[in-house]
Ligand binder design. Structure first.
Ligand SMILES: Cc1ncc(COP(=O)(O)O)c(C=O)c1O
Length: 500
C-alpha cells in the first residue's frame, strides 16, 4: 500500500529547557537522591543477594507504616472488602456463622454502600460523600468540644469539610489560591515537610522560612514569625499563608496551646490564612497533649467576640498516619473555617476539576473518624489492635532515641509525636571535606554511606531545611526489629572513627 506522504523535517523532542521552570526547581527529598540510590541497590540485591554488605534495604526514609509491617485494622479492612465486592453481602448469614466478618462490619458496609449510592466505582460529589462529611464533622466536634454536638452544628461543620485524596491533595487545592505569584509570601517552618516548599516553588511564590528552635525541643517562636511578616511587608511581599505542622514532621514537636494562640493572633492581625497540617494528631506520645487549631480558634472566637471572626483556617487530616497507616489508599479531609462564601465556591470549583477524591479513600476516612463503639462486636479487637500499634510506636521511638542519645557525634531531641526522629549530626572537618570532594552536602554524604554500608535509607536534613551550618537526617522509627538499629550503631561508630 502506498501512502500519500507529506515531506517535512521531524520536529525535535522537548528538552528540559522547554519544561516549566518551577517544576524543574521543585524538590521532594523524601523520594530524592538517597531513596533513588536505595532503589538501585534494591534491584542489585534482587539480581545478586550477596553483592552488598546487607541483605535488604530498610526504607526509613518515608512514613509508610504498612510497608514496614504495621498491620491494617481488621474492622477497616473487613468493611473495605465488603464495599469492594458487595455480592458478599448476599451471603451474610454464612459470613457471620463462619465468623469471617463481624456483624458491625456488615452493617457499616451496608450503610456506606447506601451513602455512596451503591458502588465504590462511581464518582461521588466533588466535596465528598455527605454522610461521610457529617461523620467527619461529628468527629471534629467531639474531639474539640468533648460532648455530643447538636445536629445544626454537625450540618454547618460538614458543609465546610472537603474529602480529599490525602492531605497532599488538600494542599494542592488550597495553597495555590493564596500563593498567587512572587508578590505573595508563604511562611513555612524550617525544617518542614517538603511538600510545602515544593508547592510554593510550583506557584512561583516567595518562601518565608521561620526556624524552629532545636535547643528548645524544636519549639515554634511566634515573635520570630511576626518579625518575618513585618519584614516581608516592608519588602512589598504580602504574607498570605502560614503553614504549621502539628505534630511536626520531621521534628515530632507538638505546639503548646499558648503558641497556637500567638500564631492565631498574628493571622488575625495581618490577615494571613493558616494551613494547620494535623495529619499526626493521633501520633502523640506520653505526656504531650495535641490541641487542634480549630479548637483553639473556636475558644478565642467565643471568648473575644468579633476579634477573630476573619481568621481563615484550613485544617488537614489524613488516613495515612495515626494507627490507620493506610497511606496507599489516599484519603483525608480538609476543614475550612472563616472563609467567605466566594472563596469557598472557588475551592469547590478546584475540587470539581478533579471530579472527586477516591471513593474508597473517602470510606476509609469514615472508618478513621467513626471506629467501632462500645457494644459493637468489633469494639474490643479494634481497641486492642489500636493500642498495640500505638504502644509499639512509642517503644520504637524510645529505642531509637536512646541509641542516638548515647552515640558520640549525634544529638537528638525527644520526639513528642509523629513518626520520625531528626537527629543532629556533629560532623568533623574531615567528614565535611570528604563530602565536598564528592560534591555532596555533608548530611547527604553521611546518609549515602549509611545506606551503602547498612541498607538503611534515610533523608538528609538538607531536604527539610535546617539552620545554616547544622546537619541532620530524618529517619522514621517504624521499621520492625532491632537489628537495623544495631547495624546503624556499628556503622556510626566506624564512620566517626574514620572521619575523626
Ligand atoms: C506533615 C505531612 N503532611 C502531609 C503528608 C501527606 O499526607 P497524605 O498521605 O495524606 O497525602 C505527610 C506525609 O508524610 C506529612 O508528613
Amino acid at each position: 500500500m502506498t501512502m500519500n506522504q507529506k515531506t517535512f523535517l521531524p520536529a525535535p523532542k522537548f528538552s528540559l529547557n522547554d519544561i516549566n521552570e518551577s517544576i524543574l526547581k521543585a524538590e521532594y527529598a523524601i523520594r530524592g537522591t538517597i531513596p533513588n540510590r536505595a532503589e538501585e541497590l534494591d534491584i542489585q540485591l534482587l539480581e545478586n543477594s550477596k553483592s552488598l554488605p546487607f541483605a535488604k534495604i530498610v526504607y526509613a526514609n518515608i512514613g509508610n507504616p504498612q510497608q514496614l509491617d504495621q498491620q491494617p485494622l481488621t474492622f477497616q479492612r473487613q468493611v473495605m472488602s465488603l464495599v469492594q465486592f458487595p455480592d458478599l453481602l448476599k451471603s451474610k448469614d454464612i459470613l457471620l456463622a463462619q465468623k469471617i466478618y463481624s456483624k458491625d462490619s456488615i452493617e457499616r458496609a451496608t450503610k456506606l454502600l447506601n451513602s455512596i449510592g451503591g458502588s465504590v466505582g462511581a464518582y461521588s460529589s466533588s466535596q465528598g460523600v455527605l454522610d461521610i462529611r457529617k461523620n467527619v464533622a461529628r468527629f471534629i466536634l467531639k474531639r474539640d468540644l468533648h460532648h455530643d454536638p447538636t445536629q445544626d452544628l454537625i450540618d454547618e461543620t460538614a458543609s465546610n469539610v472537603f474529602l480529599t485524596a490525602g492531605a497532599s491533595t488538600a494542599v494542592d487545592h488550597i495553597l495555590p489560591l493564596f500563593a498567587k505569584d512572587e508578590s505573595c509570601g508563604v511562611l513555612l517552618p524550617i525544617p518542614q515537610y517538603p511538600l510545602y516548599t515544593a508547592a510554593v516553588t510550583l506557584q512561583k511564590s516567595k518562601l518565608l522560612p521561620y526556624y524552629l528552635n532545636e535547643s528548645n525541643n524544636w519549639s515554634t517562636d511566634p515573635k520570630q514569625i511576626e518579625q518575618i511578616v513585618i519584614d516581608a511587608i516592608k519588602q512589598n511581599i504580602k504574607p498570605t499563608t502560614l503553614v504549621v505542622i502539628n505534630p511536626g514532621n520531621p521534628t515530632g514537636a507538638i505546639l503548646t496551646k499558648d503558641s497556637i494562640i500567638d500564631i492565631i493572633d498574628i493571622a488575625a492581625e495581618y490577615g494571613i490564612v493558616i494551613i494547620a497540617d494535623e495529619v499526626y494528631q493521633e501520633n502523640v506520645y506520653e505526656a504531650f497533649e495535641f490541641h487542634s487549631f480549630k479548637k483553639v480558634l473556636s475558644e478565642l472566637r467565643k471568648n473575644y467576640p468579633s476579634k477573630y471572626d476573619n481568621v481563615q483556617l484550613a485544617s488537614l487530616h489524613s488516613i495515612s498516619k495515626g494507627v490507620n497507616g493506610e497511606c496507599g489508599q489516599r484519603g483525608g479531609y480538609m476543614e475550612i473555617t472563616g472563609f467567605s462564601n466566594d472563596v469557598k465556591k472557588v475551592l469547590l470549583k478546584v475540587a470539581s476539576i478533579s471530579i472527586c477524591s477516591v471513593v474508597t479513600g473517602q470510606i476509609l476516612v469514615d472508618l478513621m473518624v467513626n471506629p467501632p463503639q462500645p457494644g459493637d462486636e468489633s469494639y474490643e479487637l479494634d481497641q486492642l489492635e489500636r493500642s498495640v500499634i500505638h504502644s509499639n510506636l512509642i517503644l520504637k521511638s524510645n529505642t531509637l532515641y536512646d541509641v542516638f542519645t548515647r552515640l558520640p557525634g549525634i544529638s537528638c531531641q525527644k520526639p513528642q509525636g509523629a513518626m520520625y526522629l531528626f537527629p543532629r549530626l556533629h560532623l568533623s572537618e574531615n567528614a565535611i571535606n570528604a563530602a565536598t570532594e564528592l560534591n555532596l552536602k555533608p548530611d547527604e554524604f553521611y546518609c549515602l554511606k549509611l545506606l551503602e554500608n547498612t541498607g538503611i535509607c534515610t533523608v538528609p536534613g538538607s531536604g527539610f531545611g535546617q539552620y545554616p551550618g547544622t546537619y541532620h537526617l530524618r529517619t522514621t522509627f517504624l521499621p520492625p526489629g532491632i537489628e537495623w538499629i544495631n547495624s546503624w550503631e556499628k556503622f556510626h561508630l566506624e564512620f566517626m572513627e574514620k572521619y575523626k
